[in-house]
Design a protein around this ligand. Structure first.
Ligand SMILES: Cc1ncc(COP(=O)(O)O)c(C=O)c1O
Length: 214
């Protein structure tokens, strides 16, 4: 299919999308047609949702799941840690199989816990061990703000200067996404001064997928 900038083409792509049924599983906010965000006539008032933040749309099942846990709490009190269908004490294990499949790891290699930023700090406690000659962090320019703060905090905590230690890779002028060769070039140029390369698999803002293996 050749790309065309038309509604019909977009609909044809949607019709072919093997993941399209997932749309039914989420609640879309409704904006009125007078709202400039949704001014195309004769489509539903559902917002077209391209936001890549970790708080996405609400899944339709969430309300019931939350109410269920409140009921467990009411019924068992603190014993809810050990009783009921999903005892809270073991919560970190309930998503193991799915998470392992998602990230391509073995079940004993993954655990779901904490917030993203806490996990970044924990990972850097292991993987960022700077020395006076090898202390730099290579990361994407415009990473999510809390990621940037976490990097800065780690660098300062080890006694280094974020201005010198954090090397950001930015898109070329007039481009929106990073070229893999530019990332590789910076890693090679910085060479032995690099202590950590910090990239998420997918950029939250542009949706760019990074070939991490490369
Ligand atoms: C893209 C992205 N990165 C990082 C974060 C930070 O996540 P957390 O609040 O779990 O530390 C968020 C959450 O808002 C996010 O949307």
């Amino acid at each position: 299919m050749h790309y065309e900038n038309t509604l019909a083409f977009a609909r044809a792509l949607d019709a072919k999308d093997p993941l399209k049924h997932f749309r039914e599983q989420f609640i879309f906010p409704k904006y009125s047609n007078t709202d400039s965000l949704t001014s195309i006539e004769n489509i539903s008032n559902d917002v077209r949702y391209f936001c890549g933040n970790s708080l996405g749309l609400q899944p339709k099942t969430v309300r019931q799941a939350l109410l269920h846990e409140l009921d467990q709490w009411a019924e068992h009190g603190v014993e809810g840690h050990f009783r009921g269908e999903l005892p809270w004490m073991h919560y970190h294990k309930f998503l193991t199989a799915q998470s392992a499949r998602l990230v391509g790891a073995l079940p004993h290699e993954v655990v779901v816990m904490n917030t993203l930023t806490v996990n970044l700090h924990l990972m850097m406690a292991s993987f960022y061990r700077p020395t006076p000659t090898r202390y730099k962090i290579v990361m994407e320019a415009g990473a999510f703000p809390s990621d940037q703060y976490a990097m800065e905090t780690q660098v300062k905590w080890h006694g280094y200067d974020p201005e010198k230690a954090i090397v950001e890779v930015a898109p070329r002028t007039g481009e929106d996404t990073l070229r893999i060769e530019d990332i590789v070039e910076i890693i090679e140029n910085e060479g032995d001064t690099v202590a950590l390369v910090m990239f998420g698999g997918v950029n939250y803002y542009t949706g760019q997928f990074y070939d991490l293996e490369k």
